[in-house]
Design a protein around this ligand. Structure first.
Ligand code: ZN
Length: 98
């Protein structure tokens, strides 16, 4: 979703989108360094579709059975917030646009 930012630790520019409690974090896909954090609430006006997974860790593959929700972000935000409210890391993957 955002490849414009490079990790300050390792310099890689691949990021993963993570929700942790009510924060939205861009995390380095290699070393796991948090690069940018904002409020998840600031994302909720988006109609862009995402798949939300229980996060297996930086750079790890997502298993289909880890899927928590899929759809336009404003529709799945409550499910994501509920899943993230106990500290579980939620990985957001943007769905390809048609
Ligand atoms: Zn890094």
């Amino acid at each position: 979703m955002n490849n414009m930012l490079a990790c300050p630790s390792c310099g890689l520019d691949e990021t993963e989108s993570i929700v942790h409690f009510d924060s939205y974090i861009l995390r380095c896909a290699a070393c796991g360094e948090a690069i940018v954090a904002t409020s998840f609430m600031a994302m909720l006006e988006s109609d862009h579709a995402f798949s939300a997974f229980a996060d297996p860790g930086p750079g790890k593959h997502l298993a289909p059975e880890m899927l928590i929700a899929r759809g336009p972000l404003r529709q799945i935000a409550t499910t994501i917030s509920g899943a993230a409210s106990n500290g579980t890391l939620i990985r957001l993957i943007p769905e390809p646009k048609d």
